[in-house]
Design a protein around this ligand. Sequence first.
Ligand SMILES: *Cc1c(COP(=O)(O)O)cnc(C)c1O
Length: 353
Amino acid sequence: MNNIRIDLFSDTITKPTQKMREFMCVAEVGDEQQREDPTVNMLVDMVCELLDKEDAIFVPSGTMCNQISFRVYCRPGDEIIMDHTAHTRHYEAGGPAALSGATMYTIEGRRGIFTGSQVEAAIRPAENHFPRSRVVLIEQTSNMGGGSIWPLETIEEVCSLANKHGLARHMDGARLLNAVVATRISAEAYAANFDSLWIDFSKGLGAPVGAVLAGSKDFIKEAWRWKQQFGGAMRQAGIIAAGAVYALKHHVERLAEDHENAQILAQGLAEIDGITVEPVETNLVFFDVAGLGITGSAFNESLIPHGIRFSIIGEFVVRGVTHLDVSRAQIEEALDCIRKMVEKIAAPNPGKV
Ligand SMILES: *Cc1c(COP(=O)(O)O)cnc(C)c1O
């Protein structure tokens, strides 16, 4: 993988910039478990302010933020309602079942987004046969929904129905700030609808490690207990929290560049016969290569020798993610390379591969 120069695999592959590293190097540190790390405390305060929540905790990963939250809300046999594409359902190693004894009820949303009436239909009657509906989970932006943005009105509708039925409202905000930059709706306005939510620093924000989970004082008090139990309480964590502080100061507005690059990539791909591109709202570009007569992995494999990499989502579905380590010129270069590759496929034996 070392020869990959244009890595569209994910925004998780971003590396700390020189300036971020320098900022991390000189961070003041203390014992995080005692809440004595000044840099972690600074980060937590910044996120509380950004999301207008009472308290927050610094955690090693977004996955742990989700799992801690479910552990706070659920007792064994409880149910978490989410879209069928949710990260929690597919990519967290069965965490809700293993760690909280919770089951998952999945809704067939559109591009990862479901409606108030779908939630109402999903909430179980209070009767002994049924699992107890306990939490509604919303992913902003929806990863497997194609980087789609939950409209604020839909969030309000879903969350007020959840609240009416006594369910907790939790946001997986791994890419919330992408939605904020794309819509110019504040993080606070989105967050106002949720009892708990978190943002990830190791995605497009470009920090090496970390996420912050926010909520009420009571929620965070409980969350600390599970952070400790899950092994997420740290010591001189300021050294990594500093990357997140730096990212909040310098890497939020620049997400707009990633969104522009995603549009350029999408337009370029859409102009190629045989490639169908899904609508692009943020930094994720999903496209189908079935029309080229090759699979997604064959598509990807043919680009790897040129130092270009995508990720494979389905047999024919490929995902490209733009981020701070891919420039506009590199997007153009990747498109050139794909056009040449497609010509080669088409030339020797038209209609057949
Ligand atoms: C990446 C991601 C997570 C998990 O975050 P990690 O920091 O990798 O554990 C959760 N939800 C979504 C939508 C993600 O994209």
